[in-house]
Design a protein around this ligand. Structure first.
Ligand code: PLP
Length: 361
């Protein structure tokens, strides 16, 4: 029996507390303190769970915890991409989708693939140009925003864009992976749907692939839930357990990682090998632009503590030159290196980067 039976037990609690207590079982003698992992493909008939593609007690715990932070109801998915597939499936045949030209490359490839087959019409926009986004929203079925964006770190005026898109009758999705619910809650700004790659900050330890959707509207929740069940985009029980365990420490991890990111952004700005530092002023991702691809590759090859790896938002610091991916937008500079700062000591992280940067001359 989860605490959720008392609908108000989380009211008024702060995010740091919600991250720890939301989704716990009720405080009954001999109950485990946290929801244990349930390996079950099926359940004894007569209840609500029925089958492993429809429900898992661990999903409910994760969904309650993330839902408390986002201020909506959450549905867990097998990956961020599985979640975004379900959301793009909401677009009617031939519907217009507005998307930032600088979005996560997986989102852009999903849309390109759908457009090639005539499923949707894609309108790419410069999401920093609020007036252009608002103009593009006219007649759109879906306005997809991502802020801060991966890896350009552009910040969208979400309040204005959401209000205009809603007025134009479009559904609004915000990919909140980079900000996390601790820094931005798009549902409160009027967005219909929030997407997470829980693989990143939420799980936070580079060992889980998972996604999530947050939604307030009942009918929309049912639509997304129906797609998860129908597409089989369900997360594994162990993954969900690990993601919830990661979520418990998100406020602590983000606080340290963000301090590291802000400090590095300030220090790296002064280094002669760095042409530009992009940091939105919050979060734990910093993009630095070097002279060219060769300089960026040399920086990445020269570090010892930082690891070259794609993905982000984990306890360990990672970096990569984004244009090494063929699908990355051509307007992302060849010399852009995306840094995901972890929770290590700032002086160790800084010294490692400077050692490598100083060899670039
Ligand atoms: C990684 C990422 C995704 C995709 O999530 P997966 O869990 O890798 O499927 C979507 N959006 C953003 C912003 C991401 O960084």
């Amino acid at each position: 029996m989860p605490d959720a039976n008392d609908a108000h037990h989380l009211d008024g609690l702060r995010p740091e507390t919600l991250a720890v207590v939301a989704g716990r079982p009720a405080a009954l003698p001999d109950e485990p303190l946290n929801v244990p992992v349930t390996f079950a493909s099926t359940y004894i008939a007569g209840g609500e769970r029925e089958y492993g593609r429809y429900a898992n007690p661990g999903w409910s715990a994760f969904e309650e915890a993330l839902g408390a932070l986002e201020g909506g109801r959450v549905l867990a998915f097998a990956s961020g991409m599985a979640a975004s597939s379900a959301l793009l499936d909401l677009v009617p045949q031939g519907g217009v989708v507005v998307v930032p030209r600088h979005s996560y490359l997986g989102t852009l490839s999903q849309l390109r693939h759908l457009e090639e087959r005539g499923r949707v019409v894609v309108r790419q926009v410069d999401a920093v140009d609020t007036a252009a986004v608002i103009e593009a929203a006219a007649g759109a079925a879906l306005v997809w925003m991502e802020s801060p964006s991966n890896p350009a770190l552009e910040v969208v005026d979400l309040a204005s864009v959401i209000a205009a898109a809603k007025a134009a009758g479009a559904l609004v999705v915000v990919d909140n992976t980079f900000a996390t619910p601790l820094r931005q809650r798009p549902l409160e700004l009027g967005a219909d749907l929030v997407l997470h790659s829980a693989t990143k900050f939420i799980a936070g330890h580079s060992d889980v692939l998972m996604g999530a959707v947050a939604v307030r509207d009942e009918a929309l929740h049912a639509e997304v839930l129906g797609r998860r069940s129908m597409h089989g985009a369900a997360p594994g029980p162990m993954e969900t357990f690990l993601a919830l365990r990661g979520l418990r420490t998100l406020p602590l991890r983000l606080e340290r990682a963000e301090q590291n990111a802000a400090e590095l952004a300030a220090r790296l700005d002064l280094h002669p090998a760095i042409a530009e530092v992009r940091y939105p002023g919050f979060g734990a991702i910093v993009s630095v632009v070097l002279a060219d691809a060769a300089a960026a590759d040399a920086l990445v090859a020269g570090v010892r503590l930082w690891r070259q790896a794609t993905s982000l938002g984990a306890v360990e610091s990672t970096l990569e030159r984004r244009r090494r991916w063929a699908g990355e937008a051509p307007t992302i500079p060849e010399g852009l290196v995306r840094l995901s700062t972890g929770v290590e000591h700032i002086e160790d992280l800084h010294a490692d980067l400077v050692r490598s940067l100083d060899t670039l001359g």
